[in-house]
Ligand binder design. Structure first.
Ligand code: 3HC
Length: 301
C-alpha cells in the first residue's frame, strides 16, 4: 500500500551507488544498512582519515556480529565489507545516485556540505539529509537544484528502529520523493511523509517525553528517582537511557530548536545544557551505572 502522500512509485530513480557525508555513529549505521539492503557500493566521507577508519571499522565490526549471529554467511559478510569504503574527497560521489548527510546539526555546516556535494554529483543524484529538526526549505535555499533535496530521518539504532521520516521541503519534487520512498522500502523501513516543520513529528513527541522528565529533575526530583519513575510503563528505554542513546548534544539541539520555534510549548533545560557544556558523553558510565558527575550537575552541584 502506498504511504499517505507518497507520489507514484513509477517516478522513482534507480539507486546504484550511495554516498554518505560523515563517518560518525549515525552515518556508519546508515552506510551498513544501505550496503546490506540495497547491495550497492556505499562511500563514506569525512574530514580526516582517523574518522573514516573509525566509521569503516564500525561497519566491519557490525558485519562480524551479523556473521557470528548467523545473519550473514561468510560470503555475504565479505561482500558487505567490500561494498563500504571511505574517501577523503567528495569526488567519490561523482557517480552516486543518492547522497545523504549525517554531519553536525548546524544549518550553515549542512548548507556548505550540500554546496560541495552539488558541485560533484550528476544532475539526477538525490540529496538527502538526516537532520533531526532543521528546516529542509532553508537548507536547500542556495542549491542550484533544491527540488532534489529531501529529508530522510532515521532513528537510533538505525539497524533496529523501523521508522523513517521522509520530509518534503517547499521545493522537493515528486521524482525525488518517489526515489526516497522506494529507497526506504528497499531498506525495509516504514516511511511516513512529514511536513517540513521544526523537529518534524517524532522528535516533538520524544522531546516532550524526555523534556518533561529532565524538567522534573531540574525542579528537584532526584535523577535516580526520575530515571526509574516510568519503569512500570514497560517502555523499551527509560528517558535518560534514551537521552544517552541519542546523545545529550543531539537531544539538547532538538530541544533548543523546539524551544525557539514554540516557546510556549517547549521549555529550555538549564541542566541538560550544563551537561553538554561540561562535555559529558551522557548520564551513564560505560557499565550503565549513573555517572556521579552527571547526577551532581543535574542536582545543581
Ligand atoms: N546497533 C545495532 N543493533 C542493535 C543496537 C545498535 N546500537 N542496539 C540493539 N541492537 C539490536 C541487538 O543486537 C538485538 O538484535 P538481535 O535480535 O539480532 O540480537 C536487537 O537490537 C534487540 O536488542 P537487545 O535485545 O539488546 O535490547 P532491547 O530488546 O532492549 O532493544 C532497543 C534495544 C531496540 C534499542 C530498545 O531499547 C528500543 O527500542 N529503545 C528505544 C529506542 C528509540 O526510541 N530510539 C529513537 C531515538 S530518537 C532518534 O534517534 C532521533 C534523533 O533524531 C534524535
Amino acid at each position: 500500500k502506498r504511504p499517505a502522500g507518497a507520489p507514484d512509485p513509477a517516478l522513482a530513480r534507480k539507486v546504484g551507488k550511495v554516498g554518505v557525508v560523515g563517518a560518525g555513529l549515525m552515518a556508519s549505521q546508515m552506510a551498513l544498512l544501505f550496503a546490506r539492503r540495497l547491495e550497492v557500493p556505499v562511500v563514506l566521507t569525512d574530514l580526516d582519515q582517523a574518522r573514516l577508519d573509525k566509521g569503516v571499522g564500525y561497519v566491519h565490526a557490525e558485519v562480524d556480529k551479523l556473521l557470528a549471529k548467523g545473519r550473514a554467511s561468510q560470503d555475504q559478510a565479505n561482500r558487505l565489507k567490500a561494498l563500504v569504503s571511505g574517501s577523503l574527497t567528495k569526488d567519490a560521489f561523482a557517480d552516486a545516485d543518492f547522497v545523504i548527510e549525517a554531519v553536525f546539526e548546524d544549518l550553515a555546516v549542512k548548507k556548505q556540505v550540500f554546496r560541495e556535494v552539488e558541485a560533484v554529483v550528476s544532475a539526477e543524484c538525490v540529496l538527502a539529509t538526516n537532520t533531526s529538526s532543521l528546516s529542509l526549505t532553508e537548507m536547500g535555499a542556495e542549491l542550484a537544484h533544491p527540488e532534489r533535496l529531501v529529508g530522510f530521518h532515521f532513528f537510533n539504532p538505525v539497524a533496529v528502529m523501523p521508522l523513517l521520516e521522509i520530509v518534503k521541503g517547499a521545493a522537493t519534487d515528486d521524482v525525488t520523493l518517489a526515489t526516497a520512498f522506494a529507497t526506504g522500502r528497499s531498506l525495509r523501513k516504514s516511511s511516513v511523509l512529514v511536513k517540513d516543520a521544526p523537529a518534524f513529528v517524532v522528535n516533538r513527541l520524544l522531546t516532550c517525553f524526555m523534556g518533561e522528565v529532565v524538567a522534573a529533575v531540574d525542579e528537584g526530583t532526584p535523577l535516580e528517582v526520575a530515571e526509574h519513575a516510568l519503569d512500570g510503563l514497560g517502555l523499551p528505554m527509560t528517558p535518560f537511557a534514551l537521552l544517552q542513546l541519542v546523545g545529550p548534544a543531539v537531544g539538547l539541539h532538538v530541544a533548543e530548536t523546539l524551544h525557539a520555534a514554540f516557546p510556549d510549548r517547549f521549555g529550555a533545560s538549564g541542566n541538560l545544557a550544563k551537561l553538554v557544556a561540561a562535555g559529558k558523553p551522557g548520564v551513564y558510565r560505560p557499565d550503565f551505572s549513573l555517572d556521579p558527575d552527571a547526577v551532581a550537575l543535574f542536582a545543581g552541584g
